[in-house]
Ligand binder design. Structure first.
Ligand SMILES: [Zn+2]
Length: 1627
């Protein structure tokens, strides 16, 4: 595990330096003024508020969400199994079954940068989106297995909680370098022989810790993550913890807590020891040892306490131990202190040994903790300190322990390595130490006795084989060893040569066994758990390898000799031998004769991996039973052959035999001959069936044969024809396919949809539509040159219809049949580490040659199965491979021997070891999934761009990296759903871009990079299958200049050329300062007409550029290493003329391009790393540019243009403003977003590993800091896009590339709402039942049935007390319920003055009003100052009660049916005015009477159904009149004073639509005013409508600009909180 020396840090430095030109500055900002443009400059220093980072992501603190993080180095990875207490809880008696079940519960845990992830072991984590390559013969069983585990989730968390406080300087995130797991086991086997478990006696917190993570100087404790912490398992053991990671807080000074502890030095290794407290104490405690960089060690005691209702860890530093060998260590490892054991109070501390790997090639072994009696009385001894500390913890006493410092003497200094020690590990028994170093070796040391009292560590073995630095090593215990340490340890190492290697040091065969598959150079970590090797590296992938299978491979090679041929009877052979004998050159012929006399194989086939059939050219036909290792001799295949046509007896010469194929049922074989005969022989030795033969006389010789099924066979003839025979009584040529190419047909694929594909020896791929043809003689519908004139060795058709072919050119080619019936090239991807491909299985498992080896690999997962020396592809061999289960294989290779015999080497993986009687263990099948995470870029990503078409889902992210690769990631609902790799560049990829014509469904993708290359692709958004969606278009390479690796294109941008839907205008800038101007056509047939031109810039390397379409011009802004920004202008009219002319092919682009930049100005003191430009919406004359540089500044530039005719454009004036100190280190990326919100956003990112959001103020041309988010990578590039989330909101998502890609997003809808509110001059809040419900109150839908019944004044007459009590119950609940926080936020916005444009008028009137149907009176809450005078409760308020004197009247007249009631009523003014505002005390159980008349009962001041009570109506109408007067003023202000008005509707559903309708009416009225103003050319105000509703936020009003409609599908309280966070950030 490397911290400082990896390629990550060096690439920083490189990237900063490699484009800096040494030329003295010749140009200056004056060049802009020369062209008579005015440049005004201003500068200010960025102001950061003294607040913490906006870092508590996805919790309440931040507006940003973390959507995804892909790629980035995996620094540590392991597999964990359930702990003993779960194992003990299992009912299962059978140890093997128990073990297998427990093993199936295993989890893969790894750290990628600052993140920790935990995944179930058994789930499939193939690269997303692609077809699962594994097909299994017993799929059902695996299905069952995975289904049982399906409910297990994956978990992910930030290891150190991100609670960073200080801005700048160091990274706010810390990379995890190691983890330990106190609650789980590294093996599912270890406890099987030992059912006791003392850890059971531990108290809660120890059991809750599932991961102790450390990195840098930080250490943190986490629970959960599915790692069996905090779980009491039920009887059947299935209730394993399915819980998220939770950080356990650690106490800091005073009452503060932190999610991590920061210590004095870098941590290399950690051990945890549980400590027992006295009985009855429900606290828990443990000791923690940390091994550190300065060859030192610190011991901490932790105990649990409760702080703010949270269980918190209290740390106490007990001892600092240093070794007398003072040195810097790169690695350190402990031995001793088992986290599953418990230290009891009367026990001595167990000893703890240290092995430290120094920078100077020695390993120092010393004891940090010594278990001896010597120190017993020493006050400072650790044992004493621990006892004292434990006593204090038990007593609950205040613990003040001054940490003691001691020095230990080194015991051993292990020499042998010739470089720094990168990793050092003890074996479980402590008798061995394995280490790795930058000297490319793995070494093993053994503790040996010198005499009775002394021991020494002896170097007993050195493993050579890694071709670069070796980073990590792990002891491996094969699973069959049942956890017992073998006397011969096996080691697995990993390093910078992108391999992991298996070593068996003490066995006779010292083999280094490379495991290839990682896409990166650096494989940082390796661990072995229960026979599964887990590796992780820079490509962001974790790979699993089966140790047992790997080791079987070398052992399970069985060799068989093909039986001797039967006696030769054929006269042909005798003749030949005779001819040889009479020759005149005996010596030479002697040799040939010997060869001829040997056994010749005409064909061999492996059948279902357990039976091998061989035919010889002497007629021999043998089959080998691989279960019994026995040969069966069949009747000679050429004997007694009867013609199928005329039943005549045929004489077949066996020496003409060329090939063999076994029928799918294994009942028969066909042997083909050079004479064109196809001999069908039976393999059933029990019955004597005669062989039959047939042929098509005009076709011979036979090249190869393949069965489609038992009744159909396809025969390849050497002269270019392929015949499909139906094997009827007389075989019938069903289809005769003739290639028509000079090549020989070699391979085919048939997709059962009447499509037949044939690959030939000249690189051609032919497509036959056999369903379309009437005749049985068919010629290809389409032929595609696919494999550069090399053999097309295998073809397959994927489920999606994509045709995948492989060939001797080492490429995997993808094509499809386009709508016009022609084969269309998609992409051709070179397969790494192969020179010629031979086979393809299951769409993605490839077989090919590399040097003299035959290699089988899984191309999806990058997993090499087999590598067998075969002599290379030039050597003639018959071999055959069978596959099942995706990774289980059997392979037979037949090679001729000098003595004339033939030997078959049979290799098989574990699963085919069917000689053993034991069934294959289930768990080993589970491990057939061996890849977790995207195989993403292995090095820094230099550029990212979103590829999106309006209204089309999904979006894609195109990225290019220093590792030469280009990836296209599909983005769905906030995460990456799948990935596609485009062909890699020869050198680094520096720039990517995309553009699309609005009316089409396609996007142009362009990538550029080293060696001045540029590649163009077309992405078809309508294609359902991602694999078929990208088509290669063209490459651009400059001619003339010699392009070296150092000579590269650094940036590229493209725009669609207006008025010509086929063309795009692409500009790239190179390291010589030149611009390459290229026109690219989307039509593949136009490929040759792509034209390019080079424009000379100022000679300084171009680092970034941006293209804009501006009226009739294309503007290119170019940033250079000198800090300059140049502006180039191109006339669109001329370009279109050029694209049209180009169809004749000859008019040069150069004729129409200006050769100098229009203007140039200095924007930065050093290189302009990135720039982003945009036309200012609504202002036709200006463009704004934001740029960032190594000088840590952001420059903002406003350029005004004067257009003088369609061919000339000039800069009128330049305003440049610089924000100094915008970052603590170099800024690398910037993105400017201008949309119709008032918040003009600028995102920046750089080496300080943060993304910062700024607000651009046009008027002052300055940037205001809004917020920063720490990210898990350096931010070397970024891009933004917006998408519609399924929850109804619009999200803005920022993709930041560095070492991996981080996706951050926020809810743009709430941002727009916040912007509208900030601008608002007046605000109408309309609130419905939903708003009330957020406080926990009932809505109408939830009200009891009696509500409708009791909401009727006439019920008062029937039973006044019941009626009153019913309403008082509501009143009580309204009084008791605290209004939710949304009310307070609204109050802060209004009376609190938070909304700056919403100020109370001088006469005291408010610019805000509340209009609500709620009767809970919560807006009247005394704590809210805003709404006392400005609330219109249209249904009254249940907190008020009135005299019921008016209840029987309507419009002053007695109501019908109320006579009896009205007779006792004498409404007086005093009674009418009576109002009782309820308080808790006022509520009683007896009937409340009017305080005035003391006669009539009180009624709630709530408008009921059919309510005509004048007292109620009057009080409501008073409010309503005031509200309407206010509303009229608002309308007038919009019309006359250009005021901005916001209607904020909260929780108004369509059930009781009164309030909803009121909002809509007000908005419509205002919109009409604005509309009419517009028609009268009066600049009026605006109205915005924000509707917040979890289900019904849709707005169906049709209004025109500038009315803004914002729908927020959310509960009101939550939405208001989120809006408030934005308001906080923006004001
Ligand atoms: Zn009264």
């Amino acid at each position: 595990m490397m911290h400082s020396d990896g390629d990550g840090s060096t690439s920083h430095a490189q990237k900063q330096n490699d484009d800096v030109s040494q030329a003295p500055p010749t140009h200056s900002s004056i060049s802009a003024t020369k062209r008579s443009t005015n440049i005004t400059r201003s500068s200010e220093t960025a102001e950061f508020p003294s607040q913490d980072f906006d870092d508590k992501l996805s919790s309440t603190g931040s507006v940003f969400r973390r959507d995804d993080f892909v790629g980035g180095p995996v620094t540590t990875a392991t597999i964990r199994f359930p702990p003993k207490h779960i194992a003990n809880a299992l009912d299962e008696e059978d140890k093997t079954a128990k073990h297998n079940y427990l093993k199936s519960l295993g989890r893969i845990v790894f750290a990628r940068g600052p993140w920790i992830e935990s995944h179930p072991l058994a789930l499939s984590y193939n690269n997303p989106g692609r077809n699962n390559a594994t097909k299994s013969s017993d799929e059902d069983e695996i299905q069952c297995m995975t289904q049982a585990l399906e409910d297990k989730s994956s978990y992910k968390t930030l290891a150190f909680g991100g609670l960073a406080k200080n801005r700048g300087g160091t990274s706010t995130f810390e990379t995890v370098s190691g983890m330990i797991f106190p609650s789980s086991s590294p093996s599912a086997l270890s406890y099987l022989n030992d059912s006791s478990s003392r850890v059971e006696s531990c108290h809660s917190i120890n059991r809750r810790i599932s991961v102790v993570a450390f990195g840098g100087r930080r250490i943190s404790f986490l629970s959960g993550g599915g790692l069996w912490s905090n779980s009491i398992t039920n009887k059947n053991g299935k209730d394993t913890a399915q819980d998220d990671f939770v950080s356990i807080p650690i106490a800091k000074d005073g009452s503060l807590t932190s999610s991590y502890l920061e210590v004095s030095d870098w941590i290399h290794d950690v051990r945890l020891l549980n400590a027992e407290l006295q009985q009855g104490n429900n606290q828990s405690a443990f000791l923690l040892a940390m091994g550190m960089t300065n060859n030192n060690c610190e011991i901490f005691g932790f105990y649990s306490s409760t702080q703010d209702e949270q269980e918190t860890l209290q740390p106490t530093r007990l001892q600092c131990i240093t070794c007398d060998v003072r040195c810097i260590t790169y690695s350190l490892s402990f031995h001793g202190w088992d986290s599953t054991s418990v230290l009891s109070s009367d026990e001595q501390l167990p000893s703890l040994a240290v092995a430290s790997g120094t920078v100077f090639s020695e390993i120092v072994v010393w004891d940090a903790v010594v278990n001896s009696q010597e120190d017993e009385n020493d006050e400072e001894s650790l044992d004493t300190l621990v006892k004292r500390w434990l006593a204090n913890v038990t007593a609950g006493a205040n613990i003040i322990i001054k940490a003691s410092r001691i020095r230990r003497t080194s015991l051993h200094r292990l020499k042998g390595h010739l470089g720094s020690i990168f990793s050092v590990h003890f074996s479980t028994c402590g008798q061995y130490i394995a280490s790795t170093s930058d000297d490319r070796t793995v070494r093993l040391f053994h503790l040996q006795p010198i005499d009775e009292s002394q021991t020494e560590w002896k170097l007993i073995w050195t493993g050579w084989g890694h071709t670069a630095r070796v980073f990590d090593v792990s002891f491996a215990y094969p699973s069959h060893a049942l956890g017992e340490e073998s006397s011969h340890p096996t080691l697995v190492s990993a390093g910078e040569d992108s391999t992991a290697r298996i070593w068996s040091p003490l066995q006779t065969q010292e083999v280094s066994h490379p495991l290839r598959g990682h896409d990166c150079e650096s494989v940082w970590t390796v661990d072995v758990c229960d026979g599964i090797i887990v590796t992780g590296g820079n490509d962001g992938c974790v790979k699993l390898w089966d140790l047992d299978n790997r080791m079987m491979e070398d052992k399970d090679i069985r060799t068989f000799v093909v039986p001797k041929d039967p006696p030769i009877q054929s006269t042909h052979s005798e003749e030949k031998i005779t001819t040889e004998a009479t020759t005149s050159k005996p010596r030479k012929k002697q040799k040939k004769k010997q060869k001829l006399s040997g056994q010749l194989i005409c064909g061999m086939e492996l059948f279902k991996c357990h039976r091998l059939v061989v035919a010889t050219r002497a007629g021999g036909l043998f089959s080998l039973d691989l279960k019994r290792n026995t040969w069966t001799h069949h009747k000679c295949w050429h004997d007694n052959v009867i013609s199928l046509e005329d039943k005549s007896k045929l004489q077949i010469d066996p020496t003409t035999g060329t090939c063999l194929s076994v029928s799918p049922s294994a009942a028969k074989v066909i042997v083909g001959t050079t004479e064109g005969w196809l001999v069908v022989a039976s393999l059933d030795s029990s019955c004597d069936v005669a062989s039959h033969a047939f042929r098509c006389p005009s076709y011979r010789p036979v090249q190869s044969i393949s069965w489609i099924d038992d009744d159909n066979v396809v025969v390849f003839y050497a002269r270019g024809s392929v015949i499909w025979f139906r094997m009827e009584y007389i075989p019938l040529p069903l289809h005769i396919m003739t290639l028509g190419t000079p090549g020989i047909p070699l391979s085919f694929a048939y997709d059962y949809k009447q499509s037949f594909y044939i690959g030939d020896s000249r690189g051609n791929l032919a497509y036959f539509d056999i369903g379309q043809s009437e005749r049985n003689e068919i010629t290809p519908t389409s032929v595609l040159k696919a494999h550069a004139k090399e053999h097309v060795t295998a073809v397959t058709v994927m489920k999606s219809g994509i045709i995948v072919s492989v060939g001797n050119d080492g490429c995997m080619h993808q094509s499809k049949v386009a709508n016009n019936g022609q084969l269309q090239r998609l992409v051709s991807i070179p397969v790494p580490a192969t020179t010629g491909l031979k086979h393809i299985w299951n769409d993605a498992i490839l077989g090919g040659f590399y040097g003299n080896d035959y290699v089988v690999m899984d191309n999806i997962n990058g997993y090499e199965f087999v590598r067998i020396p075969t002599g290379g592809r030039q050597k003639r061999q018959d071999f055959h491979i069978g596959f099942s289960n995706g990774c289980s294989h059997a392979m037979a290779i037949c090679t001729g021997q000098k003595d004339g015999s033939n030997i078959i080497d049979f290799h098989s993986s574990h699963l085919f070891d069917e000689t053993s009687t034991l069934p294959v263990p289930r768990h080993q099948r589970i491990t057939t999934t061996y890849n977790i995470g995207h195989s993403y870029h292995a090095e820094t990503i230099n550029d990212v761009t979103w590829v999106k078409k309006c209204g089309v889902k999904p979006a894609y992210l195109l990225s290019g990296s220093n590792d030469c690769s280009v990836k296209l990631m599909e983005f769905r609902n906030g995460t990456f759903a799948s990935a596609k790799e485009l062909p890699p560049h020869e050198s680094c990829v520096r720039g990517v871009c995309t553009s699309s014509h609005p009316a089409t469904n396609t996007s142009l993708l362009v990538t550029c990079g080293g060696k001045l290359t540029m590649e163009c692709y077309l992405l078809d958004h309508s294609s359902a299958d991602m694999d078929a969606s990208v088509t290669a278009l063209c490459s651009y390479r400059t001619t003339g200049s010699k392009a070296t690796i150092d000579h590269r294109m650094n940036a590229v941008r493209s725009v669609p050329l207006p008025s010509n839907e086929n063309y795009h205008f692409v500009v790239s800038g190179d390291s010589e300062g030149n611009l390459h101007v290229v026109m690219v056509s989307e039509l593949p047939s136009d490929r040759k007409t792509t034209i390019g031109e080079i424009l000379k810039g100022n000679g300084r390397p171009v680092l970034c550029l941006e293209l804009l379409t501006y009226n009739w011009f294309l503007l290119a802004f170019v940033g250079t290493t000198g800090g300059d920004i140049q502006l180039w202008t191109f006339s669109i009219a001329k370009l279109i003329g050029c694209s049209e002319a180009s169809e004749d092919g000859h008019r040069q682009l150069g004729d129409v391009l200006s050769s100098t930049a229009s203007c140039e100005f200095k924007a930065h003191q050093s290189g302009v790393n990135d720039l982003s430009a945009s036309i200012i919406v609504g202002e036709s004359e200006s463009v704004v540019i934001c740029s960032v540089g190594d000088d840590q500044t952001v420059s903002t530039c406003l350029i005004h243009f004067a257009e003088s005719g369609p061919e000339s454009l000039s800069c009128e004036g330049i305003r440049l403003s610089t924000t100094q100190c915008a970052s603590a280190s170099a800024l690398k990326a910037v993105e400017l977003i201008l949309d119709d919100s008032t918040f003009h956003r600028v995102y920046t990112s750089g080496h300080d590993e943060t993304v910062t959001l700024w607000k651009l103020d046009f008027a002052r041309l300055s940037l205001k800091y809004v917020t920063s988010v720490p990210i898990g990578t350096e931010g070397s590039c970024l891009d933004c896009c917006q998408y519609n989330h399924p929850d109804g909101t619009i999200r803005e998502v920022v993709a930041v590339g560095g070492l991996g890609t981080e996706l951050l997003s926020f809810n743009l809808t709430t941002l727009l709402a916040a912007c509208a509110l900030i601008e608002a001059n007046s605000l109408l809040i309309t609130a419905g039942a939903g708003f009330s419900a957020d406080s926990g109150l009932q809505t109408y839908e939830q009200a009891p049935l009696s509500y409708r019944e009791m909401c009727d004044p006439s019920k008062l007459v029937e039973d006044p007390l019941k009626f009153q009590q019913f309403w008082l119950a509501f009143t009580r609940s309204y009084l008791k319920t605290k209004p939710h926080s949304g009310y307070e936020l609204l109050d802060q916005w209004c009376q609190g003055g938070k909304l700056p444009n919403l100020l109370r008028q001088s006469d005291g009137s408010t610019p805000w009003w509340v209009y609500t149907s709620n009767v809970d009176g919560h807006f009247r809450n005394t704590r809210l100052a805003s709404f006392r005078e400005s609330v219109c409760e249209i249904h009254g308020c249940a907190l008020e009660f009135k005299c019921a004197c008016g209840i029987g009247f309507a419009n002053g007249e007695p109501r019908l049916g109320w006579q009896k009631w009205n007779e006792q009523v004498q409404p007086t003014d005093a009674c009418r005015e009576t109002k009782l505002v309820m308080t808790d005390d006022a509520i009683s159980s007896s009937l409340l009477l009017c305080s005035h008349c003391q006669l009539l009962p009180m009624r709630a001041n709530v408008l009921m159904f059919h309510d005509t009570d004048e007292n109620i109506l009057r009080s409501i109408s008073v409010e309503r009149d005031r509200y309407q007067a206010w509303e009229a003023t608002v309308e007038k202000n919009i019309e006359t004073s250009g005021k901005r008005f916001v209607v904020l509707e909260l929780g108004c559903g369509p059930t009781v639509p009164a309030v909803r309708e009121e909002s809509e009416e007000v908005v419509s009225d205002c919109a009409k005013i604005i509309q009419s103003d517009k028609s009268r050319c009066v600049k009026s105000g605006s109205v915005s409508f924000i509707r917040i509703n979890p289900k019904h936020a849709e707005i169906s009003l049709s209004t025109s600009e500038p009315t803004r409609m914002i729908s927020i599908f959310s509960k009101a309280e939550a939405a208001l909180k989120e809006i408030d966070r934005w308001i906080d950030l923006l004001i």
